[in-house]
Design a protein around this ligand. Structure first.
Ligand code: MBD
Ligand code: FE
Length: 280
């Protein structure tokens, strides 16, 4: 692959996507809660400054860096990599069904529909090991969830996401499946590569300056939904990936590890989902 994704290109797309898709607002939030949350975050910052005697040079570096995060369109990336996992933890701690994890910045709704069985949109010469994924969707109350929707999106074998990197067809490796009468589905795709945070943007500069690594392990993203049930957002991981234990986005959980087995022409996985009924 000759084109490289720039932080500015993928960041601008992620920022636009978020603005159009997610800004529903929390208009009814009482001022007491806004004040409490804002004050405690600021106090945490003040505490760090006092504890480590942060200098003016460091303060100005922070200011310049925060401006660059916005200019590079990397607020979605920054927040989803370093903050979202705790929001997800708090939001789903009551669940008895499937573990989930963070959504990240690259979901796009309304991907092409493929019924209960089919292949994700892919290029004729799509690189990567072919992957056949079978599974079943049920409820924690034991019911089969016929008609459940399984939305899948993932990076290609170079680690790039369609709509967030140049030169990739719009819906490449993005599709929506519908579980059959017995709750089953069968998906044909390819194994994604690990994802590297762009090195040329503000997030990459923080990573380099701090001496961290920039990697997420290879993963498949899903959203699984059914009427009367809580939306499950998850990612599935491949055993043996060197970053399963130190994902920069802290989003790996043991329950989300796949167990691929070699089959003729590729590999196969079996992984199903158990959804929690909506709380009344
Ligand atoms: C990704 O692919 C991702 O899933 C997350 C959470 C953050 C950055 C890139
Ligand atoms: Fe991802």
């Amino acid at each position: 692959m000759t084109v490289t994704a720039t932080a500015a290109a993928s960041g601008a797309n992620a920022t636009e996507r978020f603005k159009s898709d997610k800004f529903v607002g929390v208009a009814g939030t009482p001022p007491e809660r806004v004040s409490l949350l804002a004050r405690e975050v600021l106090e945490a910052v003040h505490g760090t400054i006092r504890k480590h005697k942060v200098s003016y040079a460091e303060y100005n570096a922070l200011k310049a860096w925060l401006i660059a995060v916005g200019e590079d369109g990397e607020w979605p990336l920054f927040l989803d990599v370093w903050v979202e996992h705790v929001v997800e933890e708090v939001a789903t701690e009551h669940r008895a069904g499937n573990k989930g994890t963070i959504e990240g910045p690259y979901y796009v709704p309304d991907a092409p529909e493929r019924g209960a069985r089919g292949s994700v949109p892919a290029r004729d010469d799509e690189p990567g090991t072919p992957l056949t994924w079978t599974g079943r969707v049920t409820s924690t109350d034991g019911r089969t969830l016929a008609g459940a929707k399984i939305e899948l999106w993932h990076a290609d074998a170079d680690g790039f996401y369609s709509q967030f990197a140049p030169g990739i067809p719009e819906w490449n490796l993005r599709a929506s499946f519908t579980a059959d009468e017995s709750g089953r589905f069968e998906i044909h795709t390819v194994r994604p590569a690990p994802y590297q945070i762009p090195t040329d943007g503000a997030c990459g500069k923080l990573i380099a300056a701090a001496g961290w690594h920039a990697w997420r392990p290879a993963h498949l993203h899903v959203k699984v939904s059914a009427p009367g049930h809580e939306l499950l957002t998850a990612q599935l991981y491949f055993p043996g990936d060197e970053h399963n234990d130190d994902d920069i986005a802290s989003a790996v959980k043991p329950e989300l590890l796949l167990a691929p087995r070699p089959v003729e022409g590729g590999e196969a996985i079996d992984y199903g989902f158990v959804l929690d009924p909506e709380r009344s």
